[in-house]
Design a protein. Structure first.
Length: 318
């Protein structure tokens, strides 16, 4: 019963969060200066009747609360509205752009996991030595490099001077797309590798100082076994928490990288849509980012007790 209540509580919190997010996402459009009808007219001066027709066509003549209900009803039926800029359904516009961003985020996330975890674990196991200090210095330097600066440096060195990778576009076909996304993925991953690396090091050092770890090592158990079964597994909790926050960060930061490398993803689409007051597209992308963030954190909450039984015991005690 406790587990069922816990899952039901998390599900209720998830739905409440998504509801509040939908309210904020939708009604924030009314705080933005500018008239979407003016963009639709593109500088023309039609008759009042034509303006009224366009306004009614996009539902802009309805009260805000009614527009919200219409929008939410459409969401529940898979209808995200119609783009003012492209004059297409938002689902079609996002469907053309989403694969590029997903590929970019997956590649960057893989780099973050492999490099961040490896660097952090190696630094923790080499605490106080030259390797530890070198890794910390390297992470600190990388952490000071913004994504757009990293993009420019990577393009200048590996695309222009060395010619190893392309600097523009997303390619055609699976392997060509992977090839085109190497540099953008590195540029997107840089800052987040630093975060994961430092959290991994700090969390593992905390576990290495625990009494049960010292006792296990003193009893002759292999260090590698102790690190794998006791240190790393118990250190995963903070790492998972940070990883949940990374999802939204990667999706938002992708706009900078996509603009630098000329990628047609949802990040660059978001920037264009904000500039052109294409509210249906902006609302859909922002809600997509919020939903991804909430769902990933919900999955982490479910997995954490399985990975680290102490968290479940602590929750039960509370």
């Amino acid at each position: 019963m406790t587990a069922i209540r816990r899952i039901a509580g998390k599900l209720g919190g998830l739905l409440l969060t998504l509801f509040l997010a939908s309210v904020l996402v939708f009604f924030s459009r009314f705080l933005v200066p500018g008239d979407p009808v003016a963009f639709l007219l593109r500088g023309r001066k039609p008759s009042p009747e034509a303006v009224a027709q366009i306004t009614a066509q996009y539902g802009l003549d309805l009260p805000p609360w009614q527009q919200y209900l219409t929008w939410v009803s459409g969401l529940l039926h898979g209808d995200l509205g119609r783009s003012l800029q492209y004059r297409q359904d938002v689902t079609v516009v996002l469907g053309e752009r989403l694969p590029v961003t997903l590929g970019l985020v997956v590649m960057a996330g893989t780099m973050i996991a492999v490099i961040g975890l490896t660097a952090g674990a190696f630094a923790a196991l080499s605490r106080g030595r030259i390797a530890d200090r070198s890794i910390l210095i390297g992470l600190t330097v990388l952490g000071a490099v913004p994504s757009f600066v990293g993009s420019i440096v990577l393009i200048a060195v590996f695309a222009v001077q060395l010619g190893w990778f392309p600097s523009f576009g997303s390619g055609d076909g699976f392997w060509d797309t992977v090839y085109h996304l190497v540099l953008p993925s590195i540029a997107l991953a840089i800052v987040f590798v630093v975060l994961v690396g430092k959290v991994t090091r700090s969390s593992m050092i905390d576990q290495l100082d625990r009494e049960h770890v010292e006792v296990a090592i003193s009893r002759g158990i292999r260090r590698g076994t102790v690190v794998r079964r006791h240190v790393f597994r118990n250190a995963v909790g903070p790492i998972l928490t940070v990883s949940g926050m990374l999802v939204a960060g990667l999706l938002v930061s992708s706009s900078i990288v996509e603009a630098a490398f000329g990628l047609a993803g949802i990040g660059s689409l978001l920037v264009q849509s904000v500039d052109r007051l294409d509210f249906p597209v902006v609302q859909a992308i922002v809600l997509l980012v919020v939903t991804a963030f909430v769902l990933v954190n919900a999955v982490i909450d479910v997995l954490e007790p399985w990975i680290d039984p102490r968290s479940a015991a602590g929750a039960g005690a509370r």
